[in-house]
Design a binder for this molecule. Structure first.
Ligand SMILES: [Cu+2]
Length: 331
């Protein structure tokens, strides 16, 4: 449970002046940055690029309500460009497809969010279980960073949903003065949450505008980016998600992904500004953020403009050759 203090009225700040012909404004889910990027040289455009950037599937509240059933289930999901077995994801309804990461939930301040969480997870091995004997896997749901009740069937992390199809009907009343911004959801059942996160159970929750709504960012294209890492054993196909995603594994076992993709290509026009909202949705991974041109040069400054959707009073500029550390969210 996070205890972010709500700050007073949003302060305005000027966007940095950018002596470049293209500009990317980036916000992170747990820190916000603005990036400045030059357009790719024409000779390199379209060559050697990763897959076209996609965003997670999404659900939007209507008339003040978002009502959905999310089934936690193992399946074959597309991760890092390949079908991977034993990925645990939030599926929309019993017949839904695996989603890595989970569906993005869009709500507004004052809305009601009703989520039925169904547990169809297989047995798992809790950490520190030296006998390595799998046990039934309980789960629950936590809304990371949200200012909602921790009681009853709201954001109550002591709820425990047993496996084999048991369910809990959650209902979250989002205060009408709830800060806009980017949040995320994941299981928070103690002793079992880490594996569930590492296998893919995480999704974004957007209240109002993901960037927090600073008027200086009005009208800019918003991008949502879920940063995750996973350990995938593809030594003897089919590829399988490995439960113990420790950092002892080295590439190609470890895959760092954006919305489940490796090195996706984000289109931006020369002179265009975009808002990139990034969320570190891993269990205990750290990410360094650095904008590199297609020529490999890191000559673009990176400017933080918000954190947790709360606009900074003044943007913070990072030197172009110094990566910004995006720390672990400690779910
Ligand atoms: Cu969390």
């Amino acid at each position: 449970m996070k205890t972010t203090q709500q700050v007073g009225p949003r302060r305005r700040f000027p966007l940095p002046s950018v002596p470049r012909s293209a500009r990317v404004t980036v916000l992170l889910g747990l820190i916000g940055v603005a990036l400045v990027q030059a357009p790719p040289p024409p000779a390199l455009a379209g060559k050697g690029l990763g897959p076209a950037f996609v965003e997670p599937t999404s659900l939007h509240s209507q008339n003040g309500l978002l009502d959905a059933t999310l089934v936690e289930k193992p399946g074959v999901a597309q991760v890092a460009g390949m079908p991977v077995q034993d990925v645990w994801t939030y599926q929309l309804g019993e017949a839904g497809a695996p989603n890595y990461p989970g569906p993005t939930l869009y709500v507004q301040p004052g809305d009601t969010l009703r989520l039925k969480i169904v547990n169809r997870l297989p047995p798992s091995i809790p950490p520190y279980a030296l006998d390595l004997v799998p046990v039934p896997t309980p789960t629950n749901l936590h809304l990371h960073g949200m200012h909602v009740s921790p009681l009853g069937n709201s954001d109550n992390i002591v709820i425990s949903i047993p496996p084999d199809g048991a369910a809990n009907q959650y209902e979250f009343k989002i205060p009408s003065d709830h800060p806009q911004g980017l949040y995320w959801y994941h299981p928070h059942r103690h002793k079992f949450a880490r594996e569930q996160l590492l296998r893919g159970l995480a999704g974004l929750l957007v209240v109002g505008r993901p960037d927090g709504g600073a008027p200086e960012l009005n009208g800019l294209r918003q991008r949502l980016m879920v940063l995750q890492y996973s350990v995938i054993d593809n030594s003897t196909p089919p590829a399988v998600m490995v439960r113990n995603a420790s950092f002892t594994g080295v590439p190609p076992l470890i895959h760092y992904t954006v919305n489940g993709q490796e090195n996706p290509t984000v289109d931006i026009h020369p002179g265009e500004s975009q808002v990139w909202n990034l969320c570190n949705a891993s269990s205990n991974g750290y990410f360094y953020l650095l904008l590199r041109g297609l020529n490999g040069a890191s000559d673009q400054p990176l400017v933080a403009v918000a954190q947790d959707g709360n606009p900074y009073t003044k943007p913070v500029t990072y030197p172009p050759d110094k990566p910004v550390l995006m720390a672990s969210p400690t779910p």
